[in-house]
Each structure stands twice: as structure tokens, then as C-alpha cells.
Design a protein around this ligand. Structure first.
Ligand SMILES: [Zn+2]
Length: 320
């Protein structure tokens, strides 16, 4: 088993006397190989049946709940979330098809006649653009600040809680889970719950770290950042999952490279001041237009390059 060195400065301090053995969270077997010891001293196993990478033993559910109770203030370090309504275009951009997930959905779904639910939407980039494209959008979150931010962005149907907290009669054509299913100890429960809330022929969109990226990455970045992740899917485990959920795979793609940003070093007074200045400048119209021009110009090259990467998995599963 390979010991991985610290990379992400946000190192959770788990109580190592309060761990629980886990079966594979996708196929339920115990056929696995121990591969890595993460910087937080948790073991990464690789399932020999469905190929998902997962943490076992894991912190107990109580520990995990405690961790998330302070997640937004301590870990995600939610920035100052006041919003200036006149600047929504500047904040979210005016290119509603700028995100490749939305472009892919556009080839499958008529936005104007579809309902969407984004689970754990965070900064509501996804919902904002889907609403602009005519979608009937809903969101659930555990972060009150994110909910407040979404409401200020013109999104009315955003609620505190989980999928099952929504009225039972609400069903959706697309349920998106961006950077979500790697978190819970029982991702299958979450996915089953989502599938029950789909209209016939509805779709689940998944964006999650790709465990198999570690095979190409000598730095094992995937298992050294965001140490609250409890599993890492692979293309094979998504296929396994689809058959288990009786869903068809409409899209499955590996995409991109790690974007470490400020994860590798804590912010100092200097870097905070610099990033505040950059944010202010970004809202200044000429700077924004210059950035926008540069962004559009670089986008094609950027996406072309990212298609060679495989840090993320992007899947769309359709209910049969
Ligand atoms: Zn498995």
C-alpha cells in the first residue's frame, strides 16, 4: 500500500478510533485491493468486481455529519456571497451554452418543456443557465448561504434539505449531481432516491472525480485533495451502476485535468487581498469584456486540451 503525501492543506482530523468497515458502496462485495493510504490516514481500496475506488474503513456516519456541520465555514470556505443583481450577466456570463454539460443536455432535452433538479447546487451556475434557457428549475442544498445566493440570482425554487424533503408529487426530467456522489457513505441510496423522482425517460447527470485517473497520474492527485470524498467512480463502475439502476448510459466521458487553485496553500492576507482586487476588477466592464473575449478565444483550445484529460467523469443515465 502506497502512502500518499499531503497536498490539500485542508486535512480533516478524523477520530481514528471511530471508523467503520465498509463493503463496496456500489456492488456490496468485499473483494478488493488496498492501494493507497491517503494523507488523512484513510485507506483507498479498489473493488475487484465493479472497479469503484472507495474508502474503508471510513469515519462513522456521526463523524461525517459533524464534519459537514462545519463544512461551509471551515472547509469549502464560502466566499463573501453578497450579490449585485445588475451584474448577474457579469457573474454567470451570458453564454448559456458555455458549459459542456449543458451543451450535451441540449442534444437530448427540450429545455423549455423540461423540469430540472440540481442536488447540492452550491454556486448555482448550472440552474441559472438552465433557467435562462427556459427550463423549470429546482434545487436542494444544505448550505443556507448558497440558497440565499441562488434566490438573489433569481432562482425561486431552491430549498434547504435533500431530495426527499421535496413534495412527493414533484418529478423531474433531469436530476443533476455535480461533484456530489463521491461524498455520501451510501451513494446508492441517493441515486435510487433520485431515480424514483424521475419522470418516465428522465435522466440523471453525474459529474464526479474519476478514480482511474490515478493510473495515469504519478502524483495520485485524486486521492490527495478533497479528503471528504468517500468513493471514486470509474467508467466501469458507472456501467455497473447503470445496470443496477436499470438505466441506459446515454453519455459517458472522461474529461479534464486537476485544477488545484488555492487548495495546495492556505490563503494569506496578501493572496486574499489580491483575489479581492481581481474580483473587483473583473466586474469592471472593460476588464470584463476583455476577459470575456479572451475566454471565448481560449475556450476552444482549452476544451480540446481537456478532452485529452480524464480527471472527471461525466455521465448521463436515462431511466428505462
Ligand atoms: Zn464493487
Amino acid at each position: 500500500m502506497k502512502k500518499l503525501e499531503k497536498l490539500d492543506y485542508r486535512l480533516p482530523k478524523w477520530d481514528m478510533t471511530d471508523l467503520q468497515e465498509r463493503h463496496c458502496p456500489i456492488c456490496g462485495t468485499l473483494e478488493n485491493k488496498q492501494l493507497y493510504l491517503r494523507p488523512d490516514n484513510l485507506v483507498v481500496k479498489n473493488c475487484g468486481v465493479c472497479s469503484v475506488y472507495y474508502i474503508s474503513p471510513s469515519p462513522s456516519p456521526e463523524q461525517i455529519n459533524q464534519f459537514y456541520a462545519q463544512y461551509d465555514s471551515n472547509h469549502r470556505k464560502t466566499k463573501d456571497l453578497r450579490i449585485n443583481k445588475s451584474k448577474l450577466d457579469l457573474i454567470f456570463g451570458t453564454d448559456h451554452f458555455g458549459d459542456l454539460r449543458i451543451r450535451k443536455l441540449a442534444s437530448m432535452v427540450d429545455f423549455k418543456n423540461s423540469s430540472f433538479l440540481d442536488v447540492g447546487f452550491g454556486i448555482p451556475y448550472f440552474l441559472y443557465h438552465l433557467q435562462k434557457l427556459g427550463g423549470n428549475v429546482f434545487g436542494v442544498e444544505y448550505d443556507n448561504q448558497a440558497i440565499d445566493y441562488a434566490r438573489q440570482s433569481g432562482l425561486d425554487n431552491v430549498f434547504f434539505g435533500k431530495i426527499s424533503d421535496l413534495p412527493k408529487e414533484l418529478k423531474f426530467d433531469v436530476i443533476s449531481m455535480n461533484d456530489l456522489i463521491e461524498h455520501p457513505l451510501n451513494p446508492l441510496d441517493l441515486l435510487n432516491e433520485a431515480f424514483e423522482r424521475l419522470n418516465p425517460g428522465g435522466r440523471i447527470l453525474i459529474w464526479t472525480p474519476n478514480g482511474d485517473f490515478s493510473k495515469k497520474d504519478p502524483n495520485s492527485t485524486t486521492f490527495r485533495v478533497d479528503l471528504e470524498h468517500m468513493q471514486y467512480f470509474t467508467t466501469k463502475s458507472i456501467a455497473y451502476l447503470a445496470s443496477k439502476l436499470n438505466a441506459s448510459i446515454e453519455h459517458l466521458e472522461c474529461y479534464g485535468f486537476p485544477a488545484l487553485g488555492d487548495l495546495v496553500a492556505p490563503q494569506t492576507a496578501m493572496t486574499t487581498a489580491m483575489s479581492k482586487l481581481k474580483t473587483r476588477l473583473k466586474d469592471f466592464y472593460p476588464v470584463h469584456m476583455a476577459n470575456e473575449f479572451k475566454r471565448l478565444y481560449l475556450k476552444r483550445a482549452y476544451e480540446f486540451n481537456n478532452r485529452k484529460g480524464s480527471y472527471h467523469l461525466f455521465a448521463i443515465l436515462q431511466k428505462k
